[in-house]
Design a protein around this ligand. Structure first.
Ligand code: XMP
Ligand code: MG
Length: 179
């Protein structure tokens, strides 16, 4: 598995320190509130688990799974909900936890859905950001690391469902795609 990685961008220790820092900031900013923290599956599952341990306010969690339609319709920003939330977001301060923002289409769709369901507020935290690939104007409220325009895996992120369990984030060797 490690042999398929071209370069480690951030190791487990660096990610851990960043997650702690984000948690401290969120603890302050969400003080006195009771946010509903939403994990966008599957990629964000490790970040979510590590982050909530660092958020020192009463909170609830829920999960959502989405997928983009094929390439041809991707530009329309149409995203399919594979697994919806179990609870209502009405009147709730919602914190969306994302692994990575790429084009921004997934996130802009999610924000729209949650606002239409009358969330009181919608805040976004992403661990990784690839601003070079944005097709919609959108910024996360909180972000960990800005990445180059390379396909990355590890710490929850996959290629063909593999590599999610790597404790670091790294660039996948191009030859892996070409296999
Ligand atoms: P958009 O383009 O909607 O996409 O912002 C966000 C989703 O695309 C996936 N994604 C990646 N997954 N390595 C991955 O494993 C990457 O480099 C990468 N770039 C985007 C990811 O699922 C994210 O939620
Ligand atoms: Mg994904």
């Amino acid at each position: 598995m490690q042999n398929d990685i071209q370069e480690v961008l951030y190791d487990a220790q660096q990610i851990g320190a960043k997650v702690k820092e984000l948690g401290e900031t969120l603890s302050k900013d969400f003080g006195g509130r009771n946010p509903l923290v939403i994990c966008v599956l599957k990629g964000a599952f490790i970040f979510m688990a590590d982050l909530v341990k660092e958020i020192n306010v009463p909170l609830e969690i829920d999960f959502m799974a989405v997928s983009s339609y094929g390439q041809s319709t991707k530009s329309s920003g149409v995203v399919k909900i594979i697994k919806d939330l179990d609870v209502s977001v009405e009147g709730r301060d919602v914190l969306i936890v994302e692994d990575i923002i790429d084009s921004g289409l997934t996130l802009s769709y999610l924000i729209d859905v949650l606002e239409r369901r009358n969330a009181k507020s919608v805040t976004v935290v992403t661990l990784f950001d690839k601003p070079a690939r944005r097709t919609v104007e959108l910024e996360a409220d909180y972000k960990g690391f800005t990445l180059p325009d390379e396909f990355v895996v590890g710490y929850g992120l996959d290629y063909a469902e593999k590599y999610r369990n790597l404790p670091y984030i790294g660039i996948l060797k191009p030859e892996v795609y070409e296999k």
